[in-house]
Ligand binder design. Structure first.
Ligand code: ADP
Ligand code: ZN
Length: 210
């Protein structure tokens, strides 16, 4: 199964990607996590991406397309994958098509802008493995410590309110047009994000299996 998760920043794509990953035993691929990892390791790509990411803008298409091409060529992607945060622009979607990748479903998780800010202020991510948590909706078992790897969970720089507003603008201008792009292919399924993570998960899994 080859899946794309669409949705605004903070809609819960990462959380749902982790659930589907365990459920279907296919890798969840987050361009955001990959870029953050590159940044942490001080690679050339990470340095190139830094200023865009921290200001809430998108990293240039050629950079992310390069990352995805390399990642999808790996052995573990051959039986399927979940793309979390890619594509994020129409040219990225076109590049994916040009690679000959046949997507089965595109799941769009919808959350109103008003809720996004509240959600992102409580978001924490593991410094080490990128797993995401929320202080109210999805706390780690021990506060500040990742359930999966024991790493420290921290607030992301781009989750500060001013940057969140810019990310939402970017989302509406550049990513939202992908809904129409995929609606035309008949592969788009809309999931309404719920208050409770478990409820969104139920709807997402139903969308995957339906
Ligand atoms: P969120 O979905 O919460 O915004 P991500 O971790 O997916 O978080 O992305 C964080 C940032 O990484 C984005 O704001 C952007 O700067 C960069 N990024 C991630 N994926 C892409 C992509 N496909 N194209 C361009 N930039 C990206
Ligand atoms: Zn971790």
């Amino acid at each position: 199964m080859k899946l794309i998760l669409l949705g605004a920043p903070g809609a819960g794509k990462g959380t749902q990607a982790e659930v589907i990953c365990e459920h279907l035993q296919i890798p969840a691929i987050s361009t955001g996590n990959m870029i953050r990892e590159a940044l942490k390791n001080g690679t050339e790509m990470g340095l190139k991406a830094k200023s865009y990411m921290e200001s809430g803008a998108l990293v240039p298409d050629d950079v992310v397309i390069g990352i995805i091409k390399e990642r999808l060529a790996k052995e573990d992607c051959q039986k399927g994958f979940i793309l979390d945060g890619f594509p994020r622009t129409v040219p990225q979607a076109e590049a994916l098509d040009a690679m000959g990748v046949e997507i089965d479903k595109v799941i769009d998780i919808e959350v109103a802008d008003e809720k996004i800010e509240q959600r992102l202020s409580g978001r924490r991510v593991c410094e080490k493995c990128g797993a995401s948590y929320h202080v109210d909706f999805k706390p780690s078992k021990v506060s500040g410590v990742c359930d999966k790897c024991g790493g420290a969970t921290v607030v992301r720089k781009d989750d500060e309110p001013a940057t969140v507003r810019d990310r939402l603008k970017t989302y509406h201008a550049q990513t939202e047009p992908l809904k129409e792009y995929y609606a035309k292919t008949g592969k788009l399924v809309i999931v309404e994000g719920q208050e409770e993570v478990a409820d969104t998960t139920r709807l997402t899994l139903a969308a995957v299996e339906g």
